[in-house]
Design a protein around this ligand. Structure first.
Ligand code: ZN
Length: 458
């Protein structure tokens, strides 16, 4: 029997499992009202037992959402199975349930090396040419996502909207969604953007670290378009029309400003930290945080040590260059992959320890800074798990997520605000984006045209 569902606007205020389930009409269906549970989890060293119990209760009550995981890269390149508990990486299904992570956006990540025709001889780990293979790489990632869900269908449910997230959480399953990382995945083609939406992709990070056909990235020093070009405007408007969240992580400050001026729906930053605390061009300034608040969007804080601490990044760059230099010297003597090469590399790695991870307190400081500047309604979590070389000590993998809840409560943050940061804010934005798409449904689709590379009027 079909369920009677409330309109998306009713879901805006729904930030807890119970509220989302009740307001979506699922409560009458007799489904259990529980997503992945964070307990039983041992008391971490130095944590207050009573506060830890309260944190686990609040964490369980929340719908916990993470907007960025690169586990899809492991799935595709290493044939990684998320089903069993793994000893490597940051997440798998058993650890997701242990950490109480209800909703994950899996990154359909397309590296910059797949963009353009510069290097026809470049091959990827699967032996495929990288030249102009951006869309195909995205499709390979999507295939990996669906294969993983097929393998784990008893515990994971593919979702494309707030209503099926509510249903998945009510059924005690992990809700899995897709977001494209790197707008070059659509190869400048608005038709391809629509096809990715049909396949279930619900956000797109307009750029990765490279400029593309329609937008500038924070990863390149010299601007190409000075923000968005005309095609970029069409991409944003088409995403609004389709109900795909516009993600402005990774983009240049000019692109960010252009997007916020033209978007008809709230935006997200799926995995970005605060520039006031760590001066990385990929992080957001306080002005950007305030602009996101005015737009009604949400900044999902990235866990990567290098984005949380300038000092860490400096040390890491030094360490990288040292190890790379010595590795090149070994390569000139021993063939790459030979036992002699591997032994020499192991020695180098043992002699050159990577810098120590930043403490968990640094991550909490970024979350609270964003809450103080943008407001508690505009902050969330975008871990970048399985996509970064270092996560804070004490946030070693997804099982440690309830520690964020603990520290926010320990610092006197209001329970309702904590629940919003854990996922309610992202769900509110997603529901609003869905509502805007319904309002724009009668608009004709955007079309590619000869003026696409032209600059826009600012
Ligand atoms: Zn990224």
């Amino acid at each position: 029997m079909p369920l009677r569902l409330a309109p998306a606007s009713v879901l805006f205020a729904a930030v807890t499992t119970a509220a989302l389930v009740a307001q979506s009409g699922l409560a009458q269906s007799g489904l259990a009202q529980a997503g992945p549970r964070p307990d039983p989890l041992p008391l971490p060293d130095g944590y207050d037992p009573a506060l830890w119990r309260r944190a686990l209760e609040v964490h369980r009550r929340a719908i916990v959402v993470d907007t960025h995981s690169d586990t899809t890269s492991r799935i595709l390149d290493e044939d990684f199975d998320m089903g069993p508990r793994a000893t490597t990486g940051h997440m798998d299904v058993p650890r997701i349930f242990e950490g109480g992570l209800d909703v994950q956006f899996y990154s359909i990540y397309v590296a910059a090396s797949y963009f353009g025709e510069e290097d026809l001889s470049s091959k990827d780990a699967l032996g495929k040419s990288r030249a102009n293979a951006s869309a195909r790489r995205a499709l390979d990632m999507i295939d990996g996502y669906f294969r993983t869900i097929d393998r784990n269908a008893d515990r994971m449910i593919p979702c494309v909207g707030t209503r099926d997230i509510a249903a998945a959480v009510a059924a005690g399953k992990h809700a899995a969604l897709m977001g494209i990382e790197g707008g070059h995945a659509i190869e400048g083609d608005l038709g391809l953007l629509r096809q990715f939406h049909r396949l279930g992709v619900r956000y797109m990070t307009l750029t990765h670290s490279n400029h593309n056909e329609f937008a500038d990235s924070s990863g390149e020093a010299v601007p190409r378009w000075g923000g968005l070009n005309r095609l970029g405007t069409k991409v944003v408007l088409e995403m609004n029309r389709l109900g795909m969240m516009v993600d402005v992580s990774h983009v240049s400050d000019d692109t960010f400003a252009d997007v916020l001026r033209i978007t008809r729906a709230p935006v997200i930053l799926s995995h970005s930290s605060c520039r006031a605390l760590a001066s990385h061009r990929r992080n957001v300034t306080d002005d950007m945080l305030r602009a996101v608040a005015v737009n009604g969007g949400v900044v999902q804080i990235n866990f990567n040590c290098g984005f949380l601490s300038e000092e860490y990044q400096k040390q890491r760059d030094l360490w990288n260059s040292k190890v790379t230099l010595r590795g090149k010297a070994i390569e000139s003597v021993h063939a790459k992959g030979s036992p002699e090469y591997e032994a020499a590399m192991a020695r180098i790695n043992a002699e050159n320890q990577a810098p120590a991870a930043v403490p968990l307190a640094t991550l909490i400081a970024h979350i609270e800074h964003a809450m103080d500047v943008a407001g508690a309604d505009h902050v969330g979590l975008g871990s970048d798990f399985d996509g970064v070389p270092c996560v804070p000590a004490g946030m070693d993998d997804v099982t440690h997520l309830p520690r964020i809840t603990y520290w926010l409560l320990a610092h006197g943050r209001d329970e309702d605000e904590v629940v919003k940061v854990l996922g309610g804010n992202l769900l509110r934005v997603f529901a609003k984006v869905e509502e805007v798409a319904v309002a724009l449904a009668a608009e004709p689709p955007q079309r590619n045209g000869p003026d696409d590379p032209e600059p826009i009027a600012r």
